[in-house]
Write a new protein. Structure first.
Length: 748
């Protein structure tokens, strides 16, 4: 008899359910076990590992590994789908429970998970009983000793993950550890908001849909982690990277394997995506809803691409082929997309529009090949219904700040122009789709379209060299005159431009393969969309939104770069020393640049214990609703500590805890701004609100106006605070070197 993995997973599931239930009942407190004792620590880590198992495998692993095991997915693809659908399960059940007025408690999630899992198991057992074939709990009969030896777990994993894959896993773990230990708390201030919402869910047992535009998918997942494991709310953002980076790497690996059918290229692509300065790693190590949605939408792309690949053959697909597996795929895509909207609607709709654009081209070419376009249109209608009923609609608040009347003529002309250009582009792209094979090989060898090879030899490499030269010159000239940027910024800019240059060329070449055509259609969408958002940012004097679009492009950029490497392999150019040197140089340069740039930005985005201690101290020593003038984002920290969770009043929002004023709207950190036309604005504010006014001074703070991301209060102005008669310092922390950090001033 051999190992039955279903039986092993089922046994671990039962054990995990039991341990998590003990934690929910607070068994350590009942038995009087000290959390810091050896037994307490052992139980704590046992609860954590049980929670990890439940979140990764339950309730849907039997769906993908047993019920639908015959689907055209390998083990790693099934694993990624299991994890993502499980994530969607927790988000969806929380919203459904909230709608029906069910308290969102630990027992709600626990028993919902328990019932769902055992319902699936019961379905499997009933189906086996009716068929007379029992395999779920029965070990496989192995007649040969050699077969038994080959079925060992070690050999299975060795076959599944080769040595270079193991090295990649070790590298990813090291990245996770690096990002976990380099921040005392976590990256930026946004995690305070989502931790606060998670804490509200846990303490009040309701979804605070007035917070974060009603999109609380990430806080729901954080609440589940806390419910099951007991991990502190502030530790979840710090270590959440151990979830996002491995999962995103797994999904992207599956996508690359489907596109290139080469395991080494897939490993290489994941390696570049997760460490380079393209911005994907930046998304993954932040506790942002957008990074979860990017993972979810990449999963949707994977499912759509698997379907589309079946329709890329020369023979037109039959109706049977089009409808085969439709219910399975459409159900998964719909569930994942709906929960993505409930997590971060902006990222969800942008990625959906991208997929709609891709499938539109194929639908126009042949409605059978692009039949999934109709599904995406239905998902867009669901998005509109969400907006109509006000769910996540507030995420589009930025449209309120744009005076459309000022640009009405421009918008009308642009709409007409975009409509005409879009129609022509659709016609051109659908005509360029060709399902014959062999065109890629002929193109890269110069047998067809010889100008491609000429462009590569005479344009691409000189262009890459020019990028390095021009950006270096601009850095030294512009840095002296205007920007005052660190050198790591220009090096990162060079790194990004090099990757993008070769990525664009790789996508242009790889489109000659039928399975490469969707990538160039994807790239065209992002190119025009990025340009449109950039123009809007210029017209509205806002430079935020283009960066958000850019952070969605790294997967496409890496696919393009790997396409170019694929071309080098096919033409045997990788054997040339100069090619090897260039690739090694680019990867080494990217590694070093990314590392030093990450270290450079740490002081700008990381909160110290002294900073957090100030907010915690203030919250412990006041119960009044005061005016707090602070850096943008730090109000979330006060909300986390000051919110009256025990009152369980759903009408109280986080912004109601104090009157918050951030430095983006009114820069009162600068002493010169305190007095305007002879009137002291701080004292006027105190009289107007009838309460105390507090300033949490910081030497560097988020500003985001004109060309400045940050502003600074120099040492002289900080010393000037001591001499201001209308201010009294009530809190100050000193670092080990004696420097003062983040004092809190009270307006007299």
């Amino acid at each position: 008899m051999g190992i039955n993995f279903n039986k092993v997973l089922f046994t671990i599931s039962l054990l995990s359910f039991f341990l998590v239930l003990l934690n929910i009942f607070k068994i350590t407190a009942i038995l009087g076990i000290a959390p810091t004792s050896l037994l307490g620590l052992l139980l704590f880590f046992t609860f954590i590992f049980s929670t990890i198992f439940l979140l990764i495998f339950l309730p849907t692993y039997p769906l993908f590994f047993v019920i639908f095991k015959e689907k055209d997915f390998n083990s790693l693809e099934k694993l990624s789908l299991t994890i993502v659908v499980n994530l969607s399960f927790y988000i969806l059940t929380a919203y459904i429970g909230h709608i029906f007025g069910i308290p969102i408690t630990a027992f709600f999630f626990f028993f919902t998970l328990l019932i769902s899992y055992f319902s699936i198991i019961a379905y499997i057992l009933i189906k086996e009983y009716r068929s007379g074939i029992y395999s779920f709990f029965r070990s496989k009969n192995l007649s040969k000793k050699r077969d038994y030896e080959n079925l060992s777990l070690f050999n299975y994993l060795k076959k599944l993950i080769p040595s270079n894959g193991i090295l990649l896993i070790i590298f990813l773990i090291l990245i996770c550890i690096f990002n976990a230990v380099r921040f005392q708390y976590f990256f930026g201030s946004d995690p305070w908001l989502h931790s606060y919402i998670s804490k509200r869910i846990v303490k009040m047992n309701r979804l605070p849909l007035k917070e974060y535009y009603g999109s609380v998918g990430l806080p729901i997942f954080g609440a589940v982690i806390h419910f099951f494991s007991g991990v502190d709310f502030l530790l979840i953002p710090k270590f959440f990277i151990f979830y996002t980076i491995p999962l995103s790497a797994l999904i992207f690996y599956n996508i690359l394997m489907r596109i290139f059918k080469n395991q080494n290229l897939a490993f290489f692509g994941v390696f570049i995506l997760e460490f380079s300065g393209l911005g994907f790693a930046y998304m993954m190590y932040q506790y942002w809803p957008a990074h979860l949605v990017l993972i979810q939408t990449l999963t949707i792309f994977f499912l759509l691409y698997v379907r589309l690949q079946k329709f890329m053959k020369i023979e037109r697909p039959t109706k049977k082929e089009v409808f085969s597996g439709m219910t399975f795929f459409y159900s998964l895509i719909s569930i994942i997309f709906i929960t993505a909207i409930l997590t971060h609607v902006l990222t969800s709709i942008i990625m959906l529009l991208c997929f709609i654009w891709i499938l539109l081209i194929y639908f126009v070419k042949d409605f059978r090949r692009g039949f999934d376009f109709l599904l995406l249109c239905c998902l867009f209608v669901i998005f509109l219904l969400f907006l109509y009923f006000g769910l996540s609609a507030e995420h589009f608040y930025f449209f309120d700040s744009i005076d459309i009347s000022s640009f009405s003529l421009i918008i009308l002309l642009a709409a007409i122009g975009i409509g005409i250009a879009g129609a022509l582009l659709v016609w051109r792209l659908q005509n360029s789709i060709n399902f014959t094979t062999g065109r890629f090989t002929k193109t890269i060898k110069g047998e067809e379209y010889p100008y491609y090879k000429t462009i590569e030899d005479k344009v691409i490499f000189p262009l890459a060299l020019s990028i390095i030269t021009v950006l270096t010159v601009l850095y030294f000239i512009g840095n002296v005159l205007v920007f005052n940027l660190p050198i790591t910024s220009i090096l990162t800019g060079i790194e990004i431009m090099l990757f993008i240059t070769f990525a664009i060329w790789g996508i242009i070449l790889f489109q000659k393969k039928p399975r490469g055509k969707p990538t160039i259609i994807w790239g065209i969408f992002f190119g025009f969309f990025f340009l449109a958002v950039f123009i809007v940012d210029i017209l509205t004097i806002n430079r935020n939104y283009w960066a958000r679009i850019f952070f969605m492009t790294p997967p496409l950029v890496v696919i393009g770069f790997i396409s170019y490497i694929y071309k080098l392999i096919k033409t045997k150019s990788m054997r040339e020393k100069r090619t090897k040197f260039f690739i090694i140089f680019l990867i080494g340069f990217s590694l070093c640049t990314t590392y030093f740039h990450e270290c450079e930005i740490d002081p700008y985005v990381s909160l110290t214990k002294r900073q957090v201690g100030g907010a915690e101290w203030y919250s412990e020593h006041t119960s009044d609703k005061n005016v707090i003038i602070t850096e943008f984002g730090l109000q979330y920290m006060f909300m986390y500590y000051d919110y009256p969770y025990n009152e369980k009043d759903e009408n109280i929002d986080g912004q109601d805890t104090h009157y918050y004023m951030d430095t983006r709207k009114n820069d009162l950190f600068q002493p010169d701004e305190h007095v305007n036309d002879g009137e002291n604005e701080l004292q006027e504010l105190k009289e107007e609100k009838g309460t105390d006014v507090i300033i949490t001074l910081d030497d560097q703070y988020y500003y985001n106006k004109d060309m400045d991301t940050f502003q600074y209060v120099d040492k002289e102005k900080q010393e000037e605070y001591y001499e201001l008669e209308y201010l009294n310092r009530i809190y100050n922390a000193r670092s080990r070197d004696g420097m003062e950090n983040n004092p809190i001033y009270w307006v007299i």
